[in-house]
Design a protein around this ligand. Structure first.
Ligand SMILES: *Cc1c(COP(=O)(O)O)cnc(C)c1O
Length: 368
């Protein structure tokens, strides 16, 4: 029996054609038609003036923070439940990530805790849209405005999600995306920053290319980085972007199959919820097991693995990981994380596969 992976990219559009075009034309490095085209089409898709491509989502975050001037001594508010790249990017600037509790509904930040953590060292907020559900940007932007903070959206897991009809990526001062192989669209490795702010966009382009003066070749007024995307990555990205609406629609269908098939497990499984102001995307269908310990959750995932179903645990909160360890307890985050499982979600997934995942989950729960 074929294993069901937790994620798998779909490459059935113009990917090969565009990559071959790069090879045939020998434009394989970090200049070329596809980079500019992918950036302009991505900006159009998100609804921002500028999009700056990078070599991955982590460098996109770092680049955004550099352009915003984040420096040692600064504090940046982030959710404790996130992928570690969010916290690491803050650390790369020598600044301190200040962790915030989860809200207990979706997997995102608790705005009340966010408000409590603001002090004179706070410079900004990274709002993470976890597992495809947007963070509460209306409230977060209000906290930012009231306190003179900037907002970066970490939209690595939410391409195409919307808040009151506005796309993520266009809701803060700037936003970052990832195109890793398991994301909604992929370039293998890759990232993007979107913004409407010309000053930030100009700075990011300079810092992305070793800090070179755009008007004077090989003159470097600042220390920059090599965070450039290649034309080949951009070629794949452009092809992926051409079919993103269909990809998101297919993921919605998978969400509805899960919703339907998990009804019979409603005593044991909490399905993902969404707020009325949000149009989430189904990046990974994420459930919370009711009343289980982390050990039991891990047993259930282990048994599903034996039955040929790959899953993932919800991210460990940052305050439990060695680099960001704290004595403080964040009870909602800990509960959300220890009870959470990401179920297989990929574009080509069939209804039969969704049913097989639900059967494996049911069997594992019975045994646990
Ligand atoms: C994937 C991801 C990133 C980083 O992306 P990479 O392309 O893997 O560097 C950042 N933040 C979140 C929330 C992510 O899921």
């Amino acid at each position: 029996m074929e294993r069901i992976p937790v994620a798998r990219p779909n490459m059935s559009g113009n990917e090969r054609k565009y990559v071959n075009d790069c090879l045939d034309s020998s434009w394989i490095s970090s200049a070329g038609y596809y980079i500019e085209k992918f950036e302009s089409e991505f900006a159009k898709y998100v609804g921002t003036k500028y999009a700056i491509s990078t070599n991955n989502g982590t460098t996109a975050l770092h680049l955004a923070l550099i352009a915003l001037g984040v420096k040692p001594g600064d504090e940046v508010l982030i959710p404790t439940v996130t992928y570690i790249a969010t916290a690491n990017a803050v650390k790369y600037c020598g600044a301190t990530p200040v962790l915030c509790e989860s809200n207990g509904m979706d997997f995102n930040i608790c705005v009340d805790d966010l408000k409590r953590k603001v002090n004179s060292k706070t410079k900004g907020i990274i709002a993470v849209h976890l597992y495809g559900h947007p963070a509460n940007m209306l409230e977060i932007n209000k906290v930012a405005k009231d306190n003179g903070l900037w907002v970066v959206e970490d939209a690595a897991e939410a391409h195409g999600a919307k808040v009151n009809g506005v796309s993520v990526g266009a809701l803060g001062d700037c936003a970052t995306f990832s195109f890793f192989g398991n994301k909604i669209i992929t370039t293998g490795e890759g990232g993007m920053v979107t913004t409407n702010n010309k000053d930030l966009a100009d700075k990011m382009r300079i810092f992305r290319g070793q800090g070179m003066d755009p008007h004077r070749r090989y003159w470097f007024p600042v220390i920059g980085y090599n965070y450039r995307m290649t034309n080949i990555q951009a070629a794949i990205g452009l092809a992926q972007l051409e079919t993103i609406d269909a990809s998101i629609a297919k993921r919605e269908r998978i969400r509805s199959w899960y919703d339907e098939n998990l009804n019979q497990l409603s005593n044991f499984v909490e399905k993902p919820s969404s707020s009325e102001w949000a149009d989430p995307v189904c990046w990974m269908y994420t459930i919370k097991l009711k009343g289980v310990t982390a050990e039991k959750r891990d047993f259930i995932m282990g048994h599903m693995d034996k039955l040929g179903v790959e899953t993932r645990p919800v991210f460990y909160p940052m305050h439990m990981l060695p680099p960001y360890l704290e004595n403080t307890s964040y009870p909602i985050a800990e509960k959300t994380s220890s009870a959470g499982i990401n179920l297989p979600t990929f574009e080509d997934m069939t209804e039969e596969q969704v049913i097989m995942v639900c059967m494996a989950l049911s069997e594992a729960i019975e045994l646990a």
